[in-house]
Design a protein around this ligand. Structure first.
Ligand code: ADP
Ligand code: ZN
Length: 730
């Protein structure tokens, strides 16, 4: 019998501690149980991550002092997943354990909300006061109610109610109430659509997989507007019919209210929504609604993957190519990839859906690991929007100076305004201008803590750093040469808004970026206005690129489409292609055809051309060829080590020392080069140096890294992050 429990305590120590399991707790302690343990001179909360009969420290062990709750908080399969995450992503196990259990559930004091309910016992009163009688009468007339409601109705305090309890006339009992984050937001229930042919084929492929003994992963490649969501909904229904549950991951839940609403209105109560905007109490209750089986479906961002749904039949990862699935703190896991792992561990089908699947997923179809379901037509034979690319260099020549709007785009906007149709304008940069530059000496205002130029924000008349958020006053003259003629170079959404006011003063314009969307509900409010036709032009950053479905939008304009190409990252082309395809997909989703006008300075770039002709496979073929040559993912896995600290010398030294130890023990199959300053050389006052490793097998990199980590202590003030399958190379 297991007498020893391996416990991970809630403070950051990358190891497990052994504790004795006292006899009276033998039955209740399981892997995943939350326990209280004596630790040094205090008591800490921890999780049992393993059981054993043996401990190297057997004679010195302290016993566990108590177990919290009846059922283990972390089910077996999810605990296994946590171990896998820690191993694969080179993270401490307690970080992984913390990740799989929301803090709202984990932390001390997390509990169900209780309320006191008062009911009559049936006994008839003999001699009671007027107030007590009023309480009695109220209960008799309206039935049992909460104590607060009773007090409100009668205007009395606790005491007459307590007296009635003593007299045996009423009972006061405690009951748990569910905090409902959607109270007052009821949705009409929707019925399944009759599927289009391609949708049916895709659904058949998925359902067949769900029914398999050993289900696999299906990549659902469906163009924008092909009806992927309806396929997810019906596949989930199929899983439910088989008595199984489902998990749906969406990129950023606050930004996809439309998608979430579609799930809620199909499944109602049986779905738990894990918003990032839930209060801790709501999150706690939603989690327990899943844990006790009341909710069979969980939908949410990345961490919803760890919902304790029992008997999962299907996991859907919508917009699987999205970088938001990657967590940017330890453990740096990618929820898409961990979803595939959970599917593997729990024998459930995983569906990865996208109009522009990541190269990694596409490659997994090519090598036979994933099945493919394709939907290349829009629902109801709606046509894909026509995309035109405008060469802004020619525009510049024609007008003798750089232009913000091409003539085509201005005309397009006017046309839409005239007939009452709507326009979406996209520019992936907020603020007014991207930099402040002196024409005389070339001075550019840079952040004092980061190696980037400051962005000018006109409304606040301030310079802002988009990396660290620092704000500065705009200098009256150049700090270097004292020339007063500053030039604002580049453009942001704020500037576009101003220009729009000039060229179409009567249009109703709304801007959507992280500067205007600071309040919790502003996103929903603006979208509601747009939906109901109270806004003509919606202007924004990548916030508006995804998932929006507005039938009256017939024009999408992309300003400066090649901006995302000028990033030192091998995925720049892929990202640009994805972004253009997604934004373009917002047009022509209703009866009327859509048009997309893309403005670019490098109109012939393959990513832009492929997006124009909607040639996903063609783009993949070309991009994969380039990646193969350089052995970049998906032909390898990539591990990025980033050393950070305030002293550049220390950071550089630490990276060098680390590399000296690492290099000799790396297998030949790992390609690497010595430490280098990161593309973003400094951020938030910290210098950054990187080592990039690539190899087909992740362990061949992570094992040596772990070894060096255990042998070499970083100098004070220097930290190291290990990012396995890094998506951001900055
Ligand atoms: P995607 O997610 O692939 O971009 P959506 O799921 O948003 O596409 O579907 C586009 C639109 O088509 C939505 O308004 C949806 O309600 C509608 N739709 C989906 N499937 C059908 C169908 N079989 N019949 C009619 N309309 C459908
Ligand atoms: Zn900064």
């Amino acid at each position: 019998m297991a007498r020893i429990a391996k416990v991970v305590v809630e403070i950051s120590l990358d190891r497990e501690f052994d504790y004795l399991i006292p006899a009276h707790l033998q039955a209740s302690i399981k892997v995943g149980s939350q326990v209280n343990v004596p630790f040094r001179s205090r008591e800490l909360r921890g999780f049992v991550v393993g059981l054993s009969t043996y401990s190297a420290f057997a004679d010195k062990l302290k016993p566990i002092s108590g177990v919290v709750g009846e059922k283990p908080l972390i089910p077996d399969e999810i605990m296994k997943l946590a171990y896998w995450i820690a191993e694969y992503y080179c993270a401490p196990i307690e970080h992984a354990v913390r990740t799989v259990l929301p803090s709202a559930v984990r932390k001390r004091g997390a509990k169900h909300k209780k309320q006191l309910s008062v009911a009559l016992t049936g006994k008839t009163p003999e001699k009671i006061s007027a107030l007590q009688d009023e309480v009695f009468q109220t209960l008799e007339a309206h039935g049992a109610m909460t104590i607060s409601e009773l007090k409100e109705r009668t205007g009395c305090s606790d005491s007459p109610i307590r007296t009635l309890e003593k007299l045996g006339l009423v009972t006061i009992s405690e009951e748990t109430i569910q905090r409902d984050p959607h109270a007052g937001m009821e949705l009409l229930r929707t019925k399944p659509f009759d599927l289009m042919v391609e949708q049916q084929t895709a659904l058949d492929i998925i359902n067949a997989e769900v029914d398999q003994e050993k289900p696999g992963t299906v990549l659902l490649h469906g163009v924008t507007g092909s009806g992927k969501t309806e396929v997810y909904l019906q596949a989930i229904q199929h899983a439910l019919d088989k008595g199984k549950g489902a998990i749906v991951l969406v990129p950023e839940i606050a930004l996809t209210p439309q998608t979430v609403d579609r799930f809620r209105s199909r499944f109602g109560e049986c779905i738990a929504v894990l918003h990032s905007s839930l209060s801790d109490g709501e999150r706690h209750d939603e989690w327990h609604r899943i844990r006790n089986g009341e909710a069979k479906i969980a939908i949410g961002a990345r961490s919803a993957l760890f919902s304790p749904i029992e008997n999962v039949g299907l996991i859907v990862v919508d917009e699987e190519h999205e970088a938001t699935y990657k967590q940017d703190e330890s453990p740096r896991y990618n929820a898409r990839d961990v979803a595939v792992m959970r599917g593997h561990l729990e024998n459930c089908c995983v569906v990865l859906g996208s109009a522009t699947p990541a190269m990694e997923s596409f490659a997994n179809v090519k090598n036979g690991r994933y099945k493919l379901a394709e939907m290349l037509m829009r629902v109801d034979d709606r046509s894909m929007p026509l995309m035109r690319v405008v060469d802004m260099c020619i525009e510049k020549e024609r007008d003798g100076r750089p232009q913000i709007f091409s003539r085509e785009l201005v005309e397009g906007i006017y046309d839409r305004l005239n007939v009452g149709e709507q326009t979406i304008l996209f520019l992936n940069r907020r603020g007014f201008s991207s930099s402040l530059q002196c024409e005389q000496c070339g001075y550019v205002a840079e952040c004092s803590a980061c190696s980037v130029s400051m962005t000018y924000h006109k409304r606040d008349h301030k310079l802002m750093c988009h990396i660290c958020g620092a704000e500065e006053k705009v200098p009256a003259r150049c700090p270097k040469c004292s020339d007063p003629d500053f030039k604002y170079a580049g453009m942001g959404t704020e500037k576009i808004e101003e220009v729009l006011e000039k060229i179409c003063p009567n249009a109703r314009v709304a801007r959507m970026d992280s500067d205007t969307m600071r309040k919790k509900d502003s996103y929903r409010t603006v979208l509601d206005k747009f939906r109901t036709g109270k806004i003509d032009i919606l202007l924004g950053t990548q916030m508006i690129a995804k998932g929006l479905d507005f039938p009256n939008v017939t024009l999408v304009g992309v300003l400066h489409a090649d901006m995302s190409l000028h990033v030192p990252d091998f995925r720049a082309g892929e990202r640009t292609f994805q972004l253009l395809t997604q934004v373009a997909g917002r047009a022509g989703r209703g009866e009327k055809a859509g048009e997309v006008i893309v403005q670019a300075y490098t109109p012939h770039h393959p990513a832009i051309q492929a997006a124009r002709s909607m040639d996903y496979e063609g783009f993949c073929a070309q991009d994969l060829e380039f990646r193969k040559e350089l052995a970049y993912p998906p032909f390898s896995h990539l591990v990025l080590l980033t050393f950070k600290g305030e002293s550049e010398l220390d950071v550089m030294g630490a990276a060098d020392r680390f590399f000296e130890r690492l290099e000799p023990i790396l297998p030949d199959s790992v390609s690497h080069c010595p430490p280098m300053p990161a593309p973003l050389a400094r951020a938030k006052g910290q210098w950054r140096y990187q080592i990039m490793l690539r190899c087909e097998h992740t362990v061949k990199m992570t094992k040596p890294i772990r070894y060096v980590q255990s042998q070499y202590k970083l100098p004070k003030g220097v930290t190291l992050t290990v990012d396995v399958d890094a998506l951001s190379l900055l």
